[in-house]
Design a binder for this molecule. Structure first.
Ligand SMILES: [Fe+2]
Length: 112
């Protein structure tokens, strides 16, 4: 069994036999894994920033977290370009005022 957070052991990102998966599905899965890792890193930096008292260390970590925002956004955009249904949901939910759950429900209805 592989473990996450150990750089010597790859994270098992496939739930089906990799050899049977089309190349584009393997790429999609890799980017999904990257998206998860970027979100985790953002959360970890958020916790560190909340506690760090040294201004220089705080600035370094804040800069690093900003990099993770960019990485997350690029991964998400890649995935949205490869999956029309996901793109539709993102378009219906993201960057809109109002109730997030309502937007989610509307997006689900739109998918049918
Ligand atoms: Fe990153």
């Amino acid at each position: 069994m592989t473990k996450r957070n150990n750089h010597n052991v790859p994270f098992e990102q496939y739930h089906e036999p990799a050899g049977e998966l089309p190349e584009e599905v393997r790429t999609f899965a890799r980017i999904c894994t990257s998206l998860i890792e970027e979100a985790e890193a953002i959360g970890w930096y958020e916790q560190r920033l909340a506690l760090e008292k040294d201004p220089q260390a705080h600035a370094i970590m804040e800069n690093a977290q900003q990099e993770e925002f960019k990485h997350f956004a690029m991964n998400l955009e890649f995935l949205a370009r490869r999956n029309d249904k996901w793109r539709t949901v993102l378009q219906d939910v993201l960057f809109k005022e109002g109730d997030i759950v309502e937007h989610g429900e509307q997006a689900e209805e739109e998918l049918g």
